[in-house]
Structure formats: structure tokens, C-alpha cells
Ligand binder design. Structure first.
Ligand code: ADP
Ligand code: ASP
Ligand code: MG
Length: 426
């Protein structure tokens, strides 16, 4: 049995939905279908989810409704009463999460109707605690009880319910997580994730032209690449499937015969000759450098610095350190408005000689399960960057040697990704 998740581009138009229905009907193992809200049909188009987030200000439901009627009409399905209900619900809500969730809700209702399959709402099945943390075991139990006697069902991705009954969404791209939870709940043989590229690529195709496709990827590599910005899969979607060891197959709705990328539990299951599997990155980081003579011998120094972050509820990405310096890499959104206060607290806690802030940092991860067993990977990486005159502001290599993370100036980001890619993939 397979659980299939179709992303926003797959659900964007009547033509793409026709491909989706063909894919589902071609294989009777494809029994549990999770959908995203309709995405972009062309580059300047607006995703339904973005239109719903803007609904609080725009109060424009007509444009959103038309996205669905354009598809439903092509299949001869009448969803006018459903749209009317949702329009009324939106008028009466101030919840951004509820509004955003209606994109997936409508899409799943519509596809169920088109396929003649059962619609099963994620509300009440996927559940969170009071703090908004996913209750994975509870959600799996509820899904299993609800779905095991259902032959073919369509579920909306992206949301679940809080203990008070209110709707809560995952972070953006979260339908990938819903698909993974459903796959785990039903102990699926395979979790197919259908998107608009042939599979997981070794670099972002919007930066590098025609990057190589990764045929097999380990869960760990997926986690590193997705977390660091390879947005083809949500970085949290491996947790539900990892425990059960369910493979994820990333496939292209627009090229369904292509085998895509298989993501499996263990690197031993996916032998590869390549040293580097892929490169991914993201912009929007700030680095705070704290300098103090003899810091290395001052017991408790790092704890005092990090406890300031804890008090301020700031999570950090990396803390590279030297003899007399400790640097903290933080996402811009954490520091934007609170930088002066944060710096003051850091100064008080550390009694530093000097604190410097550099914003405009981009992080890039070069990931490969074979890096641990080969020499010269770092040398090749830095040679590629030096050849393009790119200044590296930060270096961090995890002890697992699965990745090397570097920080570069944002204006060098695309150039650095391209240089690293061409350094390893000829
Ligand atoms: P969906 O709507 O199907 O969930 P997404 O837009 O979330 O699709 O993810 C697919 C997109 O991710 C691709 O169109 C591609 O532009 C982008 N992308 C970024 N990095 C990668 C990568 N390493 N491999 C494949 N796609 C990537
Ligand atoms: N529709 C949501 C988003 O745009 C969730 C998803 O597509 O996975 O983020
Ligand atoms: Mg996505």
C-alpha cells in the first residue's frame, strides 16, 4: 500500500489534476492520498495558501473560489455549495491558521469528489498539544482507527487540531509532514511525494542549471539538505517515517514514468560513488562574534552566553568557537528588533572585550554520506570557492562528517552554490 502526497503545483490546474487522477488510477496500491492547496500555475501566479493568508486584509474569496471552480468544472463536479460554506466560515473567523487550512480542505474535498473516493478530514485525527507540538503517536493511532477500513481516501495536508478544537497548521510546506504521518500510521510500504521536478536534485534548480538528480538519499542526508533549504521536502517529514523505516519516493507528476529519488533509512542501503550528495543553503542569518582574552580557560563562559539566548527564547544555528572568540549564528528574524537589548545582555553576561555583529550571512551545507571516508573534500570545497574569489565567513563541520557548513555574504550566495556544485559535479 502506498500513501501519495500531491503538492501545490500538481493540484494547480485542471490539466495537472487530470495527471494526478491518472497517476492514482494507474496503481491500485495508491490508496491514501494527501493533497496541498493549489499552487502556482505560472511564475507570477499566487498560491491559494498565500491568498488565504492575505484574506484577513483582502476579504477576497471570489478569486480563491475561482481557482477551485476552474478545476471542478473541467471534471463536471459541482462544488458551489461547499465554496459557499467555506466563504461564510472565513467571514466569521479571525484565525489565520483556520483560514490557511481551507486551501487544503477544499482541495481534498474536491479531489475526493472527482475520484469518487472518501474525504477524511485531518481535523480531529492529526492532533497537537497545548503548545502546538505534534502528538505523533496519538495522531497515528487516530488515523489508523479511522482509515484502516477505508479502501481509498483523500485527506487534506498541512493542518490538524489543538486540544481546544481549533485548527493549527504546520509551517509552510507542511503537507509533506501530513503525508509522512499518514504513511507511518498505516505502516505504508512506500510514501510517494509527487511534485514538479524529477526528484531530489543535488542543487536548487533555480540557481544551478540542470543539476544532477540524486537517485538514492539517506534519511540523514535528507534532513540536512531539507533543513538547509532544499525545499522540495519539508525538513520535518522524515520523523514520522523514520521510526517505521518507510522509504520516501520523490516523483514528478509531470513526468510520472521517471523513477525519481528514493529516500531510505540507511546509507548502507544506498551505495554511491559520489563524495558529495548535494548542496543546499539559505539566506537570512546574523553572526555575533564575542571576543574576550583567555575566554578558553574561563569555566562557564559558554553557558552564560547561551543562557542569554535561552532567556530571550532565541534558538541558534551554530556556535563556532576559537581560543578567545565565540560566535553565534542566529536567524535574522530572531534578532531584528531585539538586537540592542540582546547585545547588552550578552555584554553583561560575558564581560566581553568586544562584540561585533555581521548581518547578511547566508549558510550553505555541502552534504554527503561518503564524506567521512574520503580525504580532500574540504580542500576541494574551499578551492572551488577561492577560485571564484568568495570569502568564507564561517566554517562548521559536524563530527559525523556528513556535512560541511559554511557562511558567506548574502551577495555571494548564488555564486558560492554554483562554485561548490561545479567543484563536485562536473
Ligand atoms: P510542492 O508544491 O510539490 O510541494 P515545492 O515547491 O514545495 O513543491 O518543492 C518543489 C520545488 O523545490 C521545485 O520546483 C524546485 O524549484 C525547488 N527545489 C529547491 N531545491 C531543490 C532540490 N535540491 N531538488 C529539487 N527541487 C528543489
Ligand atoms: N499549502 C501549504 C503551503 O503553501 C502547505 C503545502 O503546500 O505543503 O505552504
Ligand atoms: Mg512542498
Amino acid at each position: 500500500m502506498k500513501v501519495c502526497k500531491f503538492g501545490g503545483t500538481s493540484m494547480a490546474s485542471a490539466d495537472s489534476v487530470r495527471l494526478v487522477t491518472d497517476i492514482i488510477r494507474q496503481d491500485e496500491d495508491r490508496r491514501y492520498i494527501v493533497v496541498s492547496a493549489p499552487g502556482k500555475r505560472f511564475p507570477a501566479d499566487v498560491k491559494v495558501t498565500d491568498a488565504l493568508y492575505a484574506y484577513g486584509k483582502s476579504h477576497d474569496f471570489e478569486g480563491i473560489a475561482k481557482r477551485y471552480t476552474d478545476i471542478a468544472d473541467a471534471f463536471g463536479v459541482d462544488i458551489a455549495p461547499l465554496l459557499q460554506d467555506v466563504g461564510t466560515q472565513l467571514e466569521g473567523t479571525s484565525s489565520r491558521d483556520f483560514a490557511a487550512s481551507r486551501g487544503e480542505y477544499l482541495c481534498a474535498r474536491m479531489l475526493a469528489e472527482i475520484l469518487g473516493a472518501e474525504f477524511v478530514d485531518a481535523a480531529g485525527l492529526i492532533c497537537f498539544d497545548e503548545d502546538g507540538e505534534l502528538l505523533l503517536a496519538e495522531s497515528c493511532g487516530r488515523l489508523f482507527r479511522r482509515l484502516s477500513s477505508t479502501h481509498i481516501a483523500v485527506l487534506p495536508g498541512f493542518y490538524g487540531t489543538l486540544p481546544d478544537g481549533n485548527i493549527k497548521t504546520f509551517s509552510r510546506g507542511g503537507s509533506d509532514i501530513t503525508g509522512a504521518i499518514v504513511a507511518a500510521a498505516l505502516d505504508a510500504d512506500l510514501y510517494e511525494n509527487w511534485t514538479d521536478v524529477d526528484g531530489f536534485l543535488s542543487a536548487d534548480p533555480r540557481i544551478v542549471k540542470d543539476p544532477c538528480l540524486i537517485e538514492r538519499l539517506s534519511y540523514k542526508e535528507l534532513r540536512e539538505l531539507a533543513y538547509m533549504g532544499a525545499e522540495v521536502l519539508h525538513p520535518e517529514c522524515i520523523f514520522p517515517v523514520r521510526h517505521a523505516g518507510i522509504p520516501i519516493n520523490v516523483k514528478n507528476t509531470f513526468n510520472p514514468t521517471h523513477p525519481g529519488t528514493m529516500i531510505v533509512a540507511d546509507a548502507a542501503d544506498c551505495p554511491s560513488e559520489r563524495v558529495v550528495t548535494g548542496v543546499a543553503g539559505k539566506k537570512g542569518f546574523t553572526i555575533i562574534n564575542i571576543e574576550k582574552d583567555m575566554m578558553n580557560s574561563e569555566i562557564g563562559f559558554a553557558r552564560r552566553v547561551l543562557s542569554v539566548l535561552e532567556e530571550e527564547q532565541i534558538s541558534f544555528e551554530h556556535v563556532p568557537s576559537g581560543i578567545d572568540t565565540l560566535s553565534i549564528v542566529i536567524r535574522d528574524e530572531y534578532v531584528e528588533r531585539r538586537l540592542p537589548r540582546l547585545l547588552l545582555k550578552l555584554q553583561n553576561a560575558s564581560d566581553a572585550d568586544n562584540i561585533e555583529v555581521h548581518s547578511g550571512l547566508a549558510l550553505i551545507a555541502t552534504v554527503g554520506r561518503n564524506m567521512a571516508s574520503r580525504q580532500g573534500t574540504a580542500a576541494a570545497l574551499f578551492k572551488s570557492l577561492a577560485a571564484r574569489h568568495i570569502n568564507v565567513r564561517m566554517i562548521d563541520q559536524g563530527s559525523s562528517e556528513l556535512n560541511i557548513i559554511i557562511g558567506v555574504d548574502t551577495f555571494d550566495y548564488e555564486k558560492a552554490i554554483t562554485a561548490i556544485y561545479h567543484g563536485f559535479f562536473k
